[in-house]
Design a binder for this molecule. Structure first.
Ligand SMILES: C[S@@+](CC[C@H](N)C(=O)[O-])C[C@H]1O[C@@H](n2cnc3c(N)ncnc32)[C@H](O)[C@@H]1O
Length: 156
């Protein structure tokens, strides 16, 4: 029987991020961190046709690779708390599959280039996929787990 965790998937970048952030220390972190930074999603020419009709969406999911993270830890203390949490309950860059997910606001499209607001990626980060952001979950049914508790402790 094969070990299913050895099942390797190959992914290729569809483009790269242009960001003002050159190092992880420059990216705002922790509770209340604001992500209003503007950047560019540069889509490779061979995938540009896939951007057809994207202008109609105000926000996008960007799936990308933490290409400068090393290894992973299953338990860690995130910058927004002083308590330990499981990696799958956090947005840590040090995860078994180093995939990042960021919701950005689409400001405008210029050919194969998307100007966006809300990036938290380093300059040159590989983009793996883009999807329209559509949230159908009413706010009153969303639970924010340990993050809500950490926020309440900070206020209290
Ligand atoms: C907490 S993660 C959250 C990223 C994304 N919004 C998510 O939820 O998957 C954001 C941090 O990832 C780090 N980061 C950004 N781009 C990276 C890259 N290309 N490689 C490794 N780490 C990166 C920065 O330190 C940034 O503060």
């Amino acid at each position: 029987m094969t070990d299913q965790s050895e099942h390797v998937l190959a992914l290729r970048p569809i483009g790269f991020v242009s960001s003002p952030y050159q190092s992880t220390a420059e990216v705002p972190k922790g509770l209340g961190a604001k992500h209003g930074t503007e950047g560019i999603l540069n889509i490779l020419p061979q995938f540009a046709e896939g951007l057809a009709d994207i202008e109609g969406f105000s926000h996008l999911f960007v799936i990308w690779a933490f290409d400068r993270s090393k290894g992973f830890e299953l338990l860690g203390i995130p910058p927004s708390d002083n308590r330990q949490h499981g990696v799958f309950a956090t947005r840590s860059p040090r995860r078994p599959n180093p995939l990042g997910l960021t919701v950005v606001e689409l400001l405008r499209r210029e050919g194969a280039l998307l100007r966006v607001r809300g990036i938290d990626m380093l300059d040159g980060t590989p983009i793996l996929d883009i999807k329209p952001y559509l949230s159908s979950i009413p706010e009153q049914t969303l639970r924010r787990g340990w993050l809500a508790e950490a926020e309440a402790r900070q206020k209290g």
